[in-house]
Structures are given as structure tokens and as C-alpha cells.
Design a protein around this ligand. Structure first.
Ligand SMILES: [Zn+2]
Length: 376
């Protein structure tokens, strides 16, 4: 959603990634601590000291966000849910869960784990600060630790606001779901609360911007917009999942799709396939068996002068796990995969035989028709 993410390391088997937007947050935090908070709280130190304190504060925040998301992830995994990894981005951290919890109890524990972890860190940092203070460590060093204690406390409180997709919103959803046994209704209300909270933050942001707090105001404004959008998206995602639930890929695929024989020259591939059909991926076959897949990108990798004597089979991409799906797979999982890897088509295979094509367009068409029917 915010562009490129890069992999950092693995903890407890989870892949930790940072989005490029996290760099911006890291710089903003370091700068505002080094130039704002710390000089204000502990005057008359050297500028370098403030920057080192700012850096320590930023790294401490990084650790705190990671700890929070790891606690969600560990609990999710213990209930058998798959977690793709943890990504840190502009507004904090995000554990990327595959699928949704199947019962309210699971959702409750998964959601509450994060704020509990942050509260635990808040107390731990506070005690550490007090210990440093008692041991006679310079006041400004204990100050960095106190700051981290405070930040973790704020993280716990902010995340407990009862609006989806915040942790508190998930707790609310779990409670409503438990009460009425209707996940859809529970999600609708938790999402509405989230949207309302998002708008409230936007309004607060505008007010504080007008009052002269430009950076803080901007910040709340952006977070508000994000929460508002994510709340609406969370609800729509659920509707989609429910609509596709229990349906297999076979139901949506196109049988006998257009395939390209591996011996086709690049020129013929471009003339007869790429120009002809508005697909960005074609299965490449030899004797009805899948060899790989290719599109405009693969053709462009070959110099024009070589188009006549290069075969598509030589340059096509190997059809690894990512590009293929089995006809009996759950349509929800296929859709999630397509969204995850930004693919618009998956090749439906049975072993190495091509049996069809699953197009994102067809899934979305089904969902749209279904929602139109439900409105009327
Ligand atoms: Zn959380």
C-alpha cells in the first residue's frame, strides 16, 4: 500500500520487513526527539548528545513496535493461523495474517495480546528508568528510558480505542460476535466505530494545525485518514470473504484458455498474442504441459533483432508456486494470493497440465454482481 518493503531479519520464525515509509517515520522521530523533546526536557547538553538520545529513542520505538506485533503473531500462530510476516510502515507495525480467526475467543486473545505486550514494556521501561535513577546514572539517560515507557503506554492506550482495525476494535468485534453470533454484524459496527474515530482524528488534526502545531496536526490528520480507510476496507474484505466462502477456483476459472506453444517466436508471440488479447500473462505449453508463463515483459527482454529466432519457451518465466493454482483450491485463498503478489491472472493446473485460467476480473465481477443483488 505504501510502496516497496525490504526484508530485515527473522525473529521466532517470522519475517520482519520495513516499508520505505518507515524510514520517514524513523527520521521524523529521531529529529523531533533530538531537536524538540530532549533539549526541552534536559537543557544545556551538547547537540551530539541530543542526536544520540534521539537515535536511541527511535531504536527503542522500533523494538517496541516489533514486540507489540510479535505478540499478536505468536498468539495467532498458537491458534493455527498463518502469519506471513511483520511489516513496519509509516504508522507503526502490521502483522500480516492470512485469513481471519474462526471464533470470537481466538480473535479476542489475538487482539488483546498487543496492548498487553505494550503495557508490559511500559512498566518494564519505567522500572528500568527508576533503577537507573537510583543507581545515579545521569538524568538524561534515564530520560530516554522513561520516554520509551511513556511511548509504550501511549501505544497500549491508542490501540485499545474500540474501532476496527485497531486492536480495541477487534476486541469489540470479538465481543459483539460472541454476543450475537453474527460476524458480519459485529464487523459492521466495529468498522463504523473505526471510521468515526478516524474522522475524529482528522478533525483534531485540522484543529491543531490551525492552532499552529503544524507537524502534530498533519500527523493526526494522516493517521485519521488511514484509520478511516482501513476501517472501511476491513468490512469490505469480510464481505468478499463471505461471498467467496466455500467456492473453489473451478467455479470461476475459464477452461481451455489461450496458451502459447513453447516453439512460438517472440515476434509471433507479440503479434498473435500480446496485441490480440489484453492479458498480461500467458501460459506457455509444450504438448499440453505447462512450461512457464510470459507476457510483454519477457518479450521486451529480447532485443528486437533477435525476435525471429528466439522462442518464447527460452525466455518465459518458470511457473513456480506463485503463478499457478489448483482447481480445487479455495477461491478466497486464490484471491488473497493475487492481491498479495499483484497478479491479475493465475494458471489453473492439474499436475503440469493446464486446465484453465483464473482472472481477477472474473472474481471481482462475481463479487460486484452479488453485492448489487443484495442491495436490491
Ligand atoms: Zn496491535
Amino acid at each position: 500500500m505504501f510502496g516497496e518493503s525490504f526484508s530485515l531479519f527473522r525473529v521466532l520464525g517470522f519475517e520482519i520487513r520495513a516499508n520505505v515509509s518507515w524510514l520517514f517515520l524513523a527520521l521524523l522521530i529521531t529529529w523531533s526527539l533530538a531537536e524538540g523533546l530532549f533539549p526541552y526536557a534536559y537543557p544545556e547538553l551538547a547537540p551530539l548528545t541530543y542526536w544520540l538520545m534521539g537515535l536511541a529513542g527511535m531504536l527503542g520505538l522500533f523494538f517496541s513496535l516489533l514486540f507489540h506485533e510479535l505478540s499478536h503473531s505468536v498468539v495467532a500462530r498458537s491458534y493455527g493461523l498463518r502469519v506471513r510476516g511483520i511489516t513496519l510502515f509509516l504508522f507503526g507495525g502490521m502483522a500480516e495474517m492470512v485469513g481471519e480467526p474462526k471464533e470470537p475467543r481466538v480473535e479476542f486473545w489475538m487482539a488483546i495480546a498487543g496492548p498487553i505486550a505494550s503495557l508490559f514494556l511500559a512498566v518494564a521501561f519505567y522500572l528500568l528508568g527508576a533503577g537507573m535513577h537510583a543507581a545515579g546514572v545521569p538524568e538524561h539517560l534515564a530520560g530516554v528510558v522513561y520516554y520509551l515507557g511513556f511511548i509504550n503506554f501511549l501505544l497500549a492506550v491508542f490501540n485499545m480505542v474500540p474501532g476496527f482495525p485497531l486492536d480495541g476494535g477487534r476486541v469489540l468485534r470479538a465481543a459483539l460476535w460472541h454476543l450475537k453470533g453474527d460476524l458480519r454484524w459485529a464487523t459492521r459496527w466495529a468498522s463504523r466505530m473505526g471510521q468515526g474515530f478516524g474522522l475524529l482524528l482528522v478533525a483534531l488534526g485540522v484543529v491543531s494545525f490551525v492552532a499552529g502545531n503544524f507537524i502534530g496536526g498533519m500527523w493526526w490528520f494522516l493517521i485519521g485518514l488511514f484509520v478511516h480507510a482501513a476501517a472501511g476496507m476491513g468490512y469490505r474484505q469480510l464481505l468478499m470473504q463471505q461471498a467467496l466462502a466455500g467456492r473453489s477456483v473451478r467455479r470461476f476459472m475459464t477452461a481451455n484458455p489461450v496458451t502459447v506453444p513453447a516453439e512460438t517466436s517472440i515476434r509471433d508471440f507479440v503479434e498473435d498474442y500480446v496485441y490480440h488479447h489484453a492479458f498480461d500473462l500467458f501460459p506457455v505449453e509444450r504438448d499440453g504441459r505447462l512450461v512457464g508463463h510470459a507476457g510483454l515483459r519477457e518479450a521486451r527482454q529480447v532485443a528486437r533483432g533477435d525476435w525471429d529466432h528466439t522462442r518464447i519457451g527460452e525466455v518465459c518465466r518458470e511457473a513456480g508456486e506463485g503463478a499457478t493454482v489448483s482447481a480445487d483450491e479455495d477461491a478466497n485463498e486464490a484471491l488473497e494470493r493475487m492481491q498479495g503478489q499483484r497478479a491479475s491472472r493465475l494458471i489453473v493446473t492439474d499436475g503440469d497440465r493446464i486446465v484453465g485460467i483464473l482472472a481477477l476480473k472474473d472474481l471481482l465481477h462475481f463479487l460486484q454482481v452479488r453485492s448489487e443483488l443484495e442491495k436490491g
